[in-house]
Ligand binder design. Structure first.
Ligand code: FPP
Length: 238
């Protein structure tokens, strides 16, 4: 968790809702898929910037449990982009010591994507730099239900033991701290089922820019805005 009490104002964990690929493309008279291609380039630039700034965890909302409602052709395109990225960019992750992780419901993913994710997770397992968590087939409510199911499988239905800590311990990546800062592009004021449990006390930064236009300067602005915020976690401090 980002710590301001010790004088540090850098968020430990940043989550990003990368919105506006489709609108960016439409504005330019291009197919929606071009927006996703550009969006991937932006993601790579921001991953690199975040790692250089010293961010420890970066969660990218790549594909939600609701995104299956899109045209099959668009869904296939996004999945193929993810696959391509994981196969082609391993050197990039290696050079920057970045560890790749996944959050989301693996059951709903095609076997080839699952295999690619497993490979990337294994290949980067020992990298000790920033951790990039790809939220793919991810929904916050779905994640909470899966955590509760894990708990019930282990504990045989002892509901009295089901507390907040039990849910947290049974999330996909229980060692990953809660996000401190969530960035959303394309000017939407919605959480869209992103990190519902973990973002209870996250600070939000929303920009009108479409994701393909989001640049490292915008990322730095988000970090500066975060640094100026006072986080009280429900307490009274003055
Ligand atoms: C939202 O734009 C964006 C997505 C559905 C995700 C696509 C993300 C990428 C291609 C980047 C993947 C990154 C990595 C590192 C694998 P939208 O289509 O909802 O935009 P709209 O609201 O304008 O239609």
């Amino acid at each position: 968790m980002g710590d301001k009490t010790g004088g540090g104002t850098l968020p430990g964990h940043v989550g990003i809702i990368m919105d506006g690929n489709g609108r960016w493309a439409r504005r330019k008279g291009l197919a929606r898929t071009s927006g996703h291609t550009e969006g991937l380039k932006t993601a790579r630039r921001i991953v690199e910037a975040a790692s250089k700034r010293g961010i420890r965890y970066l969660t990218l909302f790549v594909f939600s449990t609701e995104n299956w409602r899109r045209a099959a052709q668009e869904v296939d395109f996004i999945m193929s982009l993810v696959k391509q990225h994981l196969t082609r960019e391993l050197d990039f992750y290696r050079e920057n010591h970045i560890r790749i992780r996944h959050t989301g419901d693996t059951d709903g993913l095609a076997p080839d994507i699952r295999a690619e994710i497993d490979q990337a997770l294994g290949d980067t397992r020992n990298f000790d730099g920033m951790q990039v968590i790809l939220a793919l087939n991810y929904g916050g409510r779905n994640a909470i239900v899966r955590a509760a199911r894990r708990f019930l499988r282990q504990c045989g239905g002892e509901t009295a033991d089901l507390d907040e800590d039990a849910i947290t311990r049974n999330l996909d990546n229980p060692d990953v701290p809660d996000p401190d800062l969530i960035i959303r592009t394309a000017g939407e004021f919605r959480t869209s089922n992103f990190l519902m449990w973990e973002a209870a006390y996250a600070e939000y930064f929303i920009t009108d820019k479409f994701w393909p236009d989001f640049c490292t300067e915008d990322f730095d602005t988000a970090l500066a805005v975060y640094a100026a915020r006072e986080r009280r976690f429900g307490a009274v401090t003055r």
